[in-house]
Design a protein around this ligand. Structure first.
Ligand code: FES
Ligand code: FES
Length: 202
């Protein structure tokens, strides 16, 4: 299939690349934008691991084509928090041991960064219902719920506002990991794997 020029705005940065029109947003983020914090689990909209924000709203990246995102603001886990600290929700997940292997964690954080700003005073039942869209095979969910309840109280106290596109833009310059990794040299090598192997070198 012919490739098209795709222009995305991700974490406040404009990124252009050539890809087939059928390329999924989740694959484009990981392979073309070098943002591997968005995880891919089921690839059919069930597990929630690939959740990103599109114009501030949670969306399954595995159910979206990258080319559909032109003209929209995509925010990934790399734009959450800052080089010097976690977001309130990330900190709460850390303190409450709301993760084990961490595979589901980026999707849960993205879901609730948006949810807690739109629902500043959620009940535990509200949180459990919202969490039903994110599957976790490790934790049994108890500590995730505990972390989100704690984060909700702290975010309410801090006067957190909806994570709209303006905030996403503001967050990006301070998010080191939000910038795409340098494109590795060499052809015929999976770029993500090459980066990983280079990082493991002594
Ligand atoms: S990978 Fe997208 S919902 Fe599971
Ligand atoms: S912490 Fe392992 S899948 Fe959730």
């Amino acid at each position: 299939m012919n490739k098209s020029r795709i222009m995305l705005t991700v974490n406040g940065q404009n990124i252009e690349f050539d890809a087939e029109p059928r390329k999924l947003l989740s694959d484009a983020l990981r392979e073309d934008c070098r943002l591997t914090g968005t995880h891919v689990g089921c690839e059919h909209g069930v597990c929630g691991a690939c959740t990103v924000l599109v114009d501030g709203r949670p969306q399954r990246a595995c159910l979206s084509f990258a080319i559909q995102m032109e003209g929209h603001e995509v925010t990934t886990i790399e734009a959450i928090g800052s080089p010097t600290g976690f977001s309130i929700l990330q900190e709460a997940m850390h303190v409450a041991h709301g993760l084990q292997c961490g595979f589901c964690t980026p999707g849960i954080v993205m879901t609730f960064e948006a949810f807690l700003r739109e629902h500043p005073d959620p009940s535990e039942a509200d949180i459990r219902e919202a969490l039903s869209g994110n599957l976790c095979r490790c934790t049994g969910y108890q500590n995730i719920v505990k972390a989100i309840v704690d984060a909700a109280q702290r975010m309410k106290g801090a006067g957190c506002v909806p994570l709209d596109t303006a905030l996403a833009k503001e967050a990006c310059p301070h998010a080191v990991a939000g910038r795409p990794n340098p494109i590795p040299e060499g052809e015929g090598v999976n770029p993500t794997r090459q980066n990983f192997e280079q990082a493991l070198k002594p």
